[in-house]
Design a protein around this ligand. Structure first.
Ligand SMILES: [Zn+2]
Length: 407
């Protein structure tokens, strides 16, 4: 694939920002607010065409006390997670198209779906994911100010506070994401030793603590066992991996922190990671206009999700924006990417083909709760146990509360 060509990287980032700009204003940052933009892009290496297939924005998460077991709420409204959930809808849409013998990214063989060989997936995000990937040395920061300013800044630093300068070189960018409660904690010593490296963390935020792990951790999981998750894995002949990650400019960036966070954590080297799933990392020159800056200090409260088939929806506090209080509990007026609606989509694929049902050993779907269905994905779960043991020892289980059925 010709992605090493840097023009492709910038083109792809431009397409993501262009799509974002075309969406309605609702849910976007207003004055002094910032957000994160993430997209999943499909790349056809036969035609060299690419297309944004899902988009997400946002940086909010709900606390553990607000979690709901019916699958109507979204615990995690970070852009990366929204883009992935939109992508799942895109995959289910393509499964339905394959069953209808329409154009699809899948081949349907022996009751399972397989992504065609020419199809690749790229993940774009306007900044590094929260958590481990965001912990990186501050040295080299001056680069982004350009040559003149850089030399002026350097001179001034050398003149005025040589000692301070040396000290800042060993300082790190920090993350608000804390290590998991039952694991070893950050030292919080000044300088480079403030954070532990390679650890699983919960999402940043004050007050009611969230149970969602950081985007670095979620993306590491996608990198190692596939972005499709356990449920969709049941329908696939093999997992789906992101081949390329592209990040925006104007924010901190490091190949090293990405390699650590998304691939090897505290394992000694990359040899433990299967070679066919090692993605490549790129930084585009493009700056997303709504990154966090000195002017944009507050995170936007809304999160946007977009797919071509479903259009755009906005979430606030884990629920669809604009739904009246009376309707808030009704699942029909809930977000199309919540657990309930994704499980419904899964079931609709199953209901369309006896072959699919047979391949996962089910005659009827009636009264099979969501969490029980997920436990059937033996390949995914055993691979995850293996990976966890090598790379993510401190990763603890979330309480398994989602035992809802589709009505
Ligand atoms: Zn995040």
């Amino acid at each position: 694939m010709g992605l090493v060509d840097i023009t492709h990287v910038d083109n792809i980032a431009e397409n993501c920002v262009k799509l974002y700009n075309e969406l309605p204003k609702t849910g976007k940052p207003v004055e002094a607010e910032w957000t994160v933009l993430s997209c999943i892009i499909q790349y056809d290496n036969r035609t060299e065409e690419f297309e944004v297939v899902s988009l997400g924005t946002g940086s909010k998460c709900i606390g553990a006390s607000k979690m709901s077991s019916t699958g109507d709420m979204l615990n995690d409204s970070h852009a990366e997670v929204f883009a992935r959930r939109g992508f799942l809808i895109y995959l289910y849409d393509n499964m339905e198209q394959a069953l209808d013998s329409k154009q699809s990214i899948f081949n349907f063989e022996n009751g399972l779906f397989k992504v065609k060989d020419n199809i690749n997936f790229i993940f774009y995000s306007s900044q590094l994911p929260c958590g481990d990937a965001s912990i990186l040395p501050k040295a080299g920061e001056e680069d982004q100010y350009g040559d003149v300013l850089q030399s002026m800044k350097k001179q001034a630093l050398e003149d005025i506070c040589d000692v301070e300068h040396k000290k800042s070189k060993t300082d790190i960018h920090r993350t608000g994401a804390k290590c998991l409660p039952d694991s070893e904690q950050d030292s919080k010593q000044p300088g480079a030793s403030y954070h532990l490296l390679g650890h699983v963390r919960t999402k940043p935020g004050r007050g009611d603590r969230t149970q969602s792990v950081s985007c670095s951790d979620k993306m590491a999981r996608w990198t190692h066992v596939g972005i499709q998750g356990g449920l969709l894995d049941l329908l696939l002949s093999k997992p789906i991996f992101i081949n390329y990650f592209i990040f925006g400019s104007g924010v901190t960036y490091s190949d090293e922190s990405l390699t650590r966070a998304l691939l090897k954590r505290n394992a000694d080297d990359l040899s433990l990671v299967q070679p066919d799933i090692i993605p490549q990392f790129y930084q585009s020159k493009l700056v997303f206009p709504y990154i966090r800056t000195e002017q944009n200090v507050r995170p936007a409260p809304g999160s946007i999700v977009w797919t071509r088939s479903k259009g755009v929806e906005v979430a606030v506090q884990g629920r669809k924006l604009g739904v009246t209080k009376k309707k808030a509990k009704s699942l029909s007026s809930s977000l199309f990417i919540n657990k309930y609606n994704i499980y419904k989509k899964f079931q609709s694929v199953l209901n369309r083909s006896e072959k699919v049902k047979k391949s996962i050993g089910l005659q009827t779907l009636k009264d099979v709760p969501y969490n029980e269905m997920k436990r059937k994905s033996k390949r995914y779960l055993s691979q995850w146990e293996l990976v966890k043991d090598i790379f993510f020892k401190s990763w603890t289980k979330k309480p398994d509360m989602w035992n809802f059925c589709i009505e």
